[in-house]
Design a binder for this molecule. Structure first.
Ligand code: SAM
Ligand code: SF4
Length: 352
């Protein structure tokens, strides 16, 4: 199988054109959006192999010298916050916990941008051993991906029998003071049958649950619109066990629509990324583990910030590169368009 078929980069270096862009420091685009939420991928490695994300054999390794170092990550985060209007930073991957220097990355960022929320999206495998150190380093919040609380079912979805470690990790995150702990579950045919049990488990554990429609970002390119589970199907599945009432979104750029459970106050969120796209309100910008800016999950055109940084560009030049990358952001993912082509990089290779 080729690297491309496995969801590994063929980075198309973008020109980072600023033509027509208004004079503003912020990361604006041609469609009136401003990016304020930075996702930083720190690795392509992962301890699980979720079928909707990774190929069974994992992604080919990124050579060590092509990965951003903790100091480089902190510098880029600092530029984003000080010069380009970034207000929050989320570490992702691959699995961030696969980086043994994750505490160092977070500490360097916390020192560089004190007061800026630093969160992480994680599968929580091994988190039980590191939650306290990550909080001490400056981590403020965590989102855990968990699709099933049935051990056999979890192992089938992730191709790894690691549910006990994930559940221990969720407990350790709460004990370490990370609040709120949120759980994300991707909607698959296989997930649907355990969705009500998962919701009940999250209600009992005091963690917030959000279901996410599966997007065509699997490394195997097996996603098909006609097979995907929609938010509507999930609501029908949950209806016999729970009374759900929509309370809308927290704010317009929040992707999740919230529903009260059995009259509230507890809620469940649904991110209908495919059937109710929120692209027109998107406020995200992404940095891949190799240091390329990616303006949209679905666009393989990336701007190589690492190369500029390592060849001596100053902070203002790097910020300008970033602005150019975002100015050229697409209007939306276009999944429903007849000519839609999924991106070459899979979710795990981009950083979800
Ligand atoms: N390993 C970490 C984790 O699983 O949380 C961080 C990286 S993972 C790529 C980030 C998020 O992307 C997870 O919540 C995961 O469920 C989600 N994700 C992965 N593939 C997806 C897909 N095809 N559609 C929708 N969400 C997806
Ligand atoms: Fe790994 Fe996260 Fe992708 Fe699952 S979703 S394979 S845990 S990167």
């Amino acid at each position: 199988m080729t690297a491309v078929a496995m969801g590994i980069p063929t980075v198309r270096r973008d020109a980072s054109s600023l033509a027509g862009r208004p004079a503003t420091a912020f990361l604006v685009d041609r469609f009136g959006r401003t990016a304020r939420d930075l996702r930083v991928s720190v690795t392509e490695k992962c301890s699980l192999r979720c079928t909707y994300c990774m190929p069974e054999e994992g992604l080919p390794p990124i050579p060590a010298d092509e990965l951003l170092t903790p100091d480089e990550i902190a510098r880029i985060v600092g530029i984003g916050v000080d010069l380009a209007g970034i207000r929050e930073v989320r570490f992702t991957g691959g699995e961030p916990l696969m980086r043994s220097d994750l505490e160092k990355i977070i500490a360097a960022c916390a020192q560089r941008v004190p007061g800026v929320p630093l969160s992480m999206t994680t599968n929580a495998v091994g988190l039980e051993h590191r939650a306290a150190a990550l909080v001490a380093a400056g981590l403020t919040r965590v989102n855990v991906s968990l699709d099933s609380v049935d051990r056999a079912h979890f192992a089938e979805l992730t191709r790894r029998d690691r549910l006990p470690s994930v559940l221990a990790g969720i407990g350790a995150a709460a004990d370490a003071g990370l609040a709120p702990v949120k759980v994300n579950a991707v909607l698959m045919r296989e997930t649907l049958r355990g969705a009500a049990d998962l919701l009940q488990w999250c209600l009992d554990a005091g963690v917030e649950l959000r279901f996410i429609e599966q997007m065509p970002l699997d490394a195997d390119h097996a996603w098909a619109r006609e097979n995907m589970v929609t938010a509507q199907e999930l609501l029908a599945e949950l209806a016999p066990r729970f009374t759900l009432n929509s309370v809308g979104r927290d704010d317009p750029s929040a992707p999740a629509e919230e529903w009260t459970v059995d009259g509230g106050p507890r809620t469940v969120g649904i991110i209908a990324s495919v059937t109710r796209s929120f692209c027109s309100d998107c406020d995200r910008t992404r940095m891949t583990a190799e240091g390329t800016i990616r303006s949209c999950l679905f666009s393989d055109r990336e701007v190589d910030v690492r190369a500029a940084l390592r060849s001596g560009a100053n902070d203002h030049e790097l910020a300008e590169l970033w602005r150019g990358a975002m100015w050229n952001k697409w209007a939306g993912h276009g999944i429903d368009a007849a000519d839609f082509v999924p991106p070459e990089r899979s979710m795990g290779a981009i950083g979800g």
